[in-house]
Design a protein around this ligand. Sequence first.
Ligand code: ZN
Length: 397
Amino acid sequence: MRLSRALDAARRDTPSKQPTAHIPRGFDQMPQPSWQVWRLLRRFGVLCTVLLIVAGCNATVLAGHPRSMRYDPERVGGLEVSAGPNGPRPTSPPPSGTAENTDGGAIDRMALLAINDIEMFWKEQFPKTFGAPLRPVDELLSFDPADPFSPRICGASPEEFASNAAYCVDSNSIVWDRSAETGMLSTGSRYFGPMAPVGILAHEFGHAIQHQADLPEIDDTLVSEQQADCLAGVYLRWVAEGQSPRFMLSTGDSPYGLNYLLAGMLALRDPLSTPGNPVLIPNPHGSGLDRVGALQVGFEQGADSCAQTDAAEIRKRRGDLPKALFNPLSQNSDMTVDEDTLNSLTEVLQQIFHPSQPPSLTTESATCNGGSTRSAVPRQPRRSGVSCSSSAGAPAS
Ligand SMILES: [Zn+2]
């Protein structure tokens, strides 16, 4: 199942928000029938069964494909599933403005183009949501941590922000490591496609939005990061709707579309902390499910809902979902992918689908059409202070 749609379905199975003025776009409202209604439906079902028997079981077969009321595979967050290219439009205007300390390279040009687009979106959206004009980010700063002449970043040494991107509160600036080998923008692009750096910078711009709008509980790191993910989702929906003049984002199976962005967010989750293996997370950004869930709130429900993100909303959204996708101590967690799991999965799928020529399963390395062997699992980028929002001039991890 496509990842975004699988998460879409998983989220709809979790306790949802009570109805508010912010009706989720694209959600089918699913009123829960009362017990009395169920009893009536059961009686009605029995009556229908009796009538069918009396009528000689002349059941009507309807044409078409069955579709779940809880999960529409043709839509993602209310949008039609779309296939197509992802990344900069061929017709995009060139980047405008300047980044301080730039080397004029491809990473910096892409970052400028992304900021141009994100700022264009929020100039229109911010007044609608928060009732005031947007104050643009004052400074964009590119740096290379290997450069001995690099300026200080948010009042700290470049090494402290190596491999990262960040929003600096005091200077109202967005900074990024432009290193082609280790910078977050280039690493994200390498593994998750050309929209990954756009998503990262949309998250950092989200921090600028939350501070300007004075959203609740932004001193709580998890809340702050969830709000930024949510606000990034609001912008990315605009791109997915085809409204961006600079970027394209598909919601289908096309390479480097929304699914890849979500995979990138999963890769940049907090490390798993369990009773048997506690991990100190001083500035949590959230589990993979937290991060994808927050982006989904923004994508589906808009900026108003991001403004309501606080610790209580996060607890409610988590419900009984596992805090990590891979928690060996939890029965709710995904299973480890090993030979036993794959054999069981293959057996079950063959029982369900009865293929005339069942595929065989091998866990050995293989070459693809004479090409070289490649790992299907991308190496997880270094995660040190990911997408942080620093305060008081100091990096906040
Ligand atoms: Zn952040």
